[in-house]
Design a protein around this ligand. Structure first.
Ligand SMILES: [Zn+2]
Length: 135
């Protein structure tokens, strides 16, 4: 039976094993929702342990987008909602003021820089583990 994404789901066993950059106790609290239309160009948004995705991501632990969003789950948990949201929006606003470019400002938010680099390291570890297997 092929696992299929549902509208609101916990991480599968394969995902819990694969996304080892997130604490397992926290990973078990995560719920993933699929919403076809998110505002703007967002493909994923994280609100605490809730990860909202616009796309049908694979549920077998191979989604780089989900790996990225799970870093935000940890950031939310470490910083708390108020500090995360104010820090995130504050960084975005000041960067946008400085560079006047929406996408560049978004990419410069420290939480995004961290999520990108951690998701990249996760993907590199994953490829090393699986480089003897066809992908
Ligand atoms: Zn992000």
């Amino acid at each position: 039976m092929t696992p299929r994404p549902t509208r609101l789901r916990p991480l599968s066993d394969l995902e819990l094993e694969s996304y080892d950059h997130l604490d397992p106790d926290l990973a078990r609290k995560v719920r993933v929702a699929k919403i076809p239309l998110l505002p703007g160009r967002y493909v994923g948004v994280t609100l605490g342990p809730l990860v909202v995705l616009q796309t049908d991501e694979p549920v077998d632990g191979t989604s780089a987008l989900l790996a990225h969003e799970l870093v935000h789950v940890r950031q939310w948990q470490q910083q708390g909602p108020l500090r995360f949201v104010t820090g995130y929006l504050g960084a975005f606003a000041s960067e946008l003021w400085r560079c006047r470019r929406w996408n560049q400002a978004y990419r410069a938010i420290p939480a995004e820089v961290e999520a990108r680099s951690e998701a990249t390291r996760w993907a590199q570890r994953r490829h090393r583990r699986h480089d003897h297997e066809p992908d």
